[in-house]
Write a protein that binds this ligand. Structure first.
Ligand SMILES: [Zn+2]
Length: 279
């Protein structure tokens, strides 16, 4: 599944190639995505003013509205010359001036496309985006914010961090890694993590996501290559997918469990359940 760093890398790649270009035509070859794709007749002819991101939604800012795109489970975007052959799962093709096409490829069809007419800022009011928590890189996302939202909550801190109403973009890999780096046990009730623990966690979440985004910068050329596959970034992972292996820090055997149905791995020694309770 594309995670926030992949989406951010996609945003940069597509923006650099298509910003300021006029969209000439849209070819919806398969409208049965997560929701039926219905794009307005007024979309072609508009210039792409910019490309923003909110959580894992890409916001294509056109002159008279915003195209909201989600990559779903298996979606990807490519910018290719108009003459490059279509692939089987290229469901929507955007023809831009100058012979460039943007292709939305999605074998599993869990991706989505919505049009929000009006001023660009209005996209924040779209129902898809209405209940999202802050971005991890937003200055408002810090230990104080997390502690205030966690008060009295019994849900495991890992599930709490993966809740997009609390903070967006913290996928399973990044939640596992940030908790390890912060020394917080994933199963600890969110309400029992201290303010100090959340201060450290907020920083570690930014650290692991930021490192992945930095690595994504080196894969930008994949967006103009039919064969390129952005996939997951080859980041050095401390715990994710390493249950039963030795902790890279202390050598203890890493333990695996399921929290909220998601694979969870932690080091029993580095991540003491009471790690930050002292504060
Ligand atoms: Zn350890």
């Amino acid at each position: 599944m594309p995670e926030l760093p992949e989406v951010e890398t996609t945003r940069k790649g597509v923006a650099s190639l298509l910003t300021s270009r006029r969209l000439e035509a849209v070819d919806v070859r398969e409208s049965r995505l997560r929701w039926p794709v219905t794009l307005p007749a007024e979309l072609p002819g508009q210039v792409l003013l910019g490309l923003d991101r909110r959580a894992k939604y890409l916001l294509f800012r056109f002159q008279r509205g915003t195209l909201i795109l989600h990559l779903g489970m298996s979606g990807s975007l490519r910018v290719l010359p108009a003459e490059a052959p279509y692939l089987k799962h290229d469901h929507v093709i955007f023809h831009f001036e100058g012979g460039r096409t943007l292709r939305f490829h999605d074998p599993r069809r869990f991706g989505s496309l919505h049009w929000q007419a009006g001023e660009p800022v209005a996209a924040g009011e779209h129902w898809l985006l209405a209940h999202l928590g802050p971005e991890p890189f937003d200055p408002a996302f810090d230990g104080r914010y997390l502690k205030s939202r966690a008060r009295g909550r019994r849900v495991a801190v890992k599930n709490f961090l993966m809740d997009s109403r609390i903070v967006v973009g913290v996928g399973n890999i990044y939640a596992n890694e940030a908790l390890f780096l912060a020394g917080v046990r994933p199963s600890l009730p969110a309400g029992r993590v201290s303010r100090a623990g959340y201060d450290v966690l907020a920083g570690k979440i930014r650290e692991v996501l930021g490192a992945a985004i930095d690595m994504g910068g080196t894969t930008l050329r994949d967006f103009v290559n039919q064969d390129g596959n952005p996939g997951y970034f080859k980041q050095v992972l401390n715990v994710y997918d390493r249950a039963g292996q030795a902790c890279r820090v202390c050598g203890e055997t890493l333990k695996g469990l399921r929290l909220g149905g998601r694979a969870t791995v932690f080091c029993p020694k580095c991540q003491k359940a009471q790690g930050f309770r002292r504060a």
